[in-house]
Design a protein around this ligand. Sequence first.
Ligand SMILES: C[S@@+](CC[C@H](N)C(=O)[O-])C[C@H]1O[C@@H](n2cnc3c(N)ncnc32)[C@H](O)[C@@H]1O
Length: 441
Amino acid sequence: MGKLKLTDRQLYALIEAVKLGEEVKPSQQAKRKAFARYKIEGWENSKLTGIFYSIQRRLGLIDGIIEELVGVSPLILDPWLRATLRVAVEVAVFRDPGEKTRQHLKGLAQFLSKQTHPYAGYYYYELLPRILEYVPVIDSEEKRLKWDYLFPEWFIARMRNLVGNEAEELLKALNETLSTSIRVNRLKASLEEVEEYLRSKNVRFERSERVDTVIRILDPFNPEWLFNRGWAIAQEEAAAVASLVLSPKPGETVVDLAAAPGGKTAHMAELMGNKGKIYAFDVDKARVKRMEEVLRRAGVEVAKTITADSRKAPEMLGEGIADRVMLDAPCTSDGTIAKNPELRWRLLEKNIPKVVALQKELVESAWRLLKPGGRMLYSTCSMLPEENEEVVKWFLERHEDARLIPLNGPYDPGFLEGTMRAWPHRHRTIGFFYALIEKEP
Ligand SMILES: C[S@@+](CC[C@H](N)C(=O)[O-])C[C@H]1O[C@@H](n2cnc3c(N)ncnc32)[C@H](O)[C@@H]1O
């Protein structure tokens, strides 16, 4: 491989994407915005996208190096300085930059002075030679694994416990870039219309083998046009399977307890033929706003959005009112690391019990809302058993009138009989867990 060549403009685009990635989630969206500003297209886009994602994946390692060099956590530095240092470490330590690119790295001091404060530019200029000379010391097995797989050590250990010698494949799959996945919204368009549009743009795509309205886009392409018209919604195959498993029918009353940004609410409205009622709760005001926009574009007429803590939903709506309840629970989201590479460094083992406690309270609320004979889906995009099988086991032990409806595909059995799991390394989608529970009639 030749030396890495990057121009000033390309470095600026990367820095801006990394900086924006701290505020805009998923980071894919931040990258799109920043690259559009610098008119990064075609082959340039592919090259810089690769670098952007590897920065996100290595963030913990990169920040560790910065901390070693400056003596404080990069999190307390000016955001422009932090983003510039992250790009500089990626290029200088993990890649092999050519002489011109090394000069461009020096030039970033001026860029920084303009973007923020001359002091930041000066600070960077002084530090750069040490970044350019940095050589890592890998002196233990833990460090080796961390450098090979770019995950916190506790997470590597958990995954080994979970899938044994498949762990390496799983970690690799989490490090791969998943192609953009969209679900055709049949309230607004047919599968053929969407495919025709993609063909007209010369974009390569394939249909999912498990969900007939999900399409994977194989080329770098922004499907904004489809989203704006409500013809399609950004959704992973495993997420689309959730609404299919719950399978709400036209005319039913449905409660979605963690609904924003509305992917599953919109899908359920489609499955219900826009007939019946969906109460779509979410506690996050900004996310509810986004959901309202998604539902409006998708032509959903049966959803009422409610900004509230859904632990209060039974008091607000009354008990025993729902035919179906969707509880796509808030979780650590470790199953989505391929989509949000930087997430791995924000996962903290000590936060798991807090998330689990909330999941247990939410599943109790879901239960109170259900009519006898009604069904609820408990799902998460986490792979940790504490958030999945263990919550369901805990719940079933407390409710004699609850029974698991066994799920027999399209994915693999979970670690509790009757539940189901989608795995990134086996199914080319995000990690996902499903348990369908019925209240005795
Ligand atoms: C996994 S996301 C939901 C994704 C959504 N179902 C979809 O398909 O687009 C979990 C959501 O739970 C929300 N949430 C967290 N705690 C909550 C609570 N106590 N009550 C209601 N919503 C909550 C978060 O704001 C987040 O939007």
